[in-house]
Design a protein around this ligand. Structure first.
Ligand code: PSV
Ligand code: MN
Length: 419
């Protein structure tokens, strides 16, 4: 891939755009370094075309194994220099030779982000079914099986150098009366306690919540309140994970984030976008203003606590849908996240606070929207350029016919593991 030729061809236009931005906006010191440091983990399950329950339309050249998934993320990282980590889902991805997998990832400049357990599907060789839940299950044997699985995932993660376990439970109920909510909650906490006890000292446990699906009446970890109360019971290494698609319609996610951060219990993020529910659409494709407002709260809350933006929260994408080339889609998601982050860094917090204290509602909106309407793409591209990435990753992906090459080497009918 010839990144420098590509950049050379676009350099004059890029410089013009960046100069214009600099003439319009005062760039705070260190903003480029912050953008350069900010890495967003790619989920291994987003590298193939996502399906719905109605069908799956593979675009071809999908990774057939973990090695090929790592190669795909390596390709993304080479293009944008901001996707330097991969998040694995066990057992969709099993590192049979962890040392070799680590070496391969390191060759691509990749680290291993949070490992994800899966007790929402039954595996062929498993003794007890998760049809009626896993960590909440009425049967102690089923709960134990799910706990053991999580412990096994921690072990796999340790062998790869991961530092966090993400637990998402589909546990809940489909009909009123089916479940004793209190028992389900208590059993889940007890099971989580056992998993938490198996965490290495430098690990975190992220407890992800979701309002509904696949259960349609109740979900045991259904909202941030349930997750927050559980992680508080577990201990300091347990934190809440916010997946943008997991809220009831119109939830004020930026406020949720702000409160969790203030309480020291925000652990990580799954970025995506949606119109209706857990649609798994490209980050920033439907509600870019919401994404910016979320980042504005994140930057404000992290700065208030002196946190390191790049390292102190887990940043991951969790999106995978039916119609786009997955790699192009991920490039779009990463860029949308970086744009929102860059804009959040540009907010004049002193002026905003002063306007708030004066109850100047109009001014508050002006301050935020002036930033949101500023085109910061040249700034994000400059960060990529300085890191050795491509000025226009998607254009280069297409120019170099990368999907065609993947189809040629892997075949047109490959299907990656995942949903
Ligand atoms: C569930 O909808 C979820 O957001 C969880 O993070 C899962 O691990 C992931 O999607 C993949 O199915
Ligand atoms: Mn998720």
């Amino acid at each position: 891939m010839n990144i420098s030729n590509h950049n050379q061809a676009l350099l004059a236009q890029h410089t013009r755009r960046l100069d214009f931005l600099k003439s319009e906006v005062n760039l705070p010191a260190g903003i480029l370094q912050k953008l350069k440091d900010f890495q967003i983990a790619i989920p291994s399950w987003a590298l193939g075309t996502g399906g719905t329950r109605f069908g799956r339309f593979s675009g071809g050249g999908e990774p057939r194994n973990l090695e090929e998934k790592i190669a795909d993320v390596g390709l993304l990282h080479a293009l944008n220099q901001s996707s330097g980590a991969i998040s694995l889902h066990i057992p969709w991805d099993i590192p049979t030779d962890p040392a070799a997998i680590r070496t391969l990832a390191a060759q691509h400049g990749l680290a291993f982000d949070a490992v994800n357990s899966n007790t929402f599907q039954d595996q062929a060789d498993q003794a007890n079914s998760y049809k009626f839940g896993s960590l909440q299950h009425v049967s102690a044997a089923t709960r134990k099986q799910a706990i053991d699985h999580n412990m096994e995932v921690i072990k796999q993660g340790v062998s790869l150098g991961s530092k966090a376990l993400t637990v998402w439970l589909s546990d809940g109920s489909c009909f009123p009366g089916q479940l004793n909510f209190r028992h389900a909650y208590e059993r889940t906490v007890d099971s989580l306690r056992e998993i938490y006890a198996a965490l290495p000292a430098d690990w975190s446990l992220y407890l992800e919540y979701k309002a509904y699906e696949p259960n349609f009446y109740s979900t045991t970890v259904g909202d941030w309140g349930a997750s927050y109360s559980m992680v508080n019971k577990l201990g300091p290494q347990a934190k809440t994970l916010v997946d943008l698609g997991h809220h009831l319609p119109n939830a004020n996610i930026e406020q949720i984030v702000s409160i969790l951060l203030m309480e020291g219990k925000l652990g990580g993020f799954h970025f995506n976008d949606s119109k209706y529910g857990d649609d798994d659409l490209t980050a920033g494709s439907i509600k870019p203003y919401q994404l910016f407002l979320i980042f504005s709260e994140l930057v404000d809350g992290m700065d208030a606590k002196g946190m390191n933006h790049a390292k102190d929260l887990g940043w991951m994408i969790d999106a995978s849908h039916n119609v786009k080339d997955p790699l192009e889609d991920l490039l779009q998601s990463v860029e949308a996240i970086q744009i929102a982050y860059a804009q959040a860094l540009l907010v004049d917090r002193v002026a905003l606070e002063a306007a708030r204290e004066a109850n100047d509602v109009v001014r508050c909106q002006e301050i935020l929207q002036a930033v949101f309407r500023t085109d910061v793409r040249a700034l994000v591209a400059q960060a990529r350029l300085e890191l050795g990435g491509a000025l226009d990753p998607i254009a280069l992906f297409r120019q170099e016919k990368m999907r065609e090459q993947l189809i040629k080497s892997r075949g047109a009918k490959t299907v990656a593991t995942g949903l």
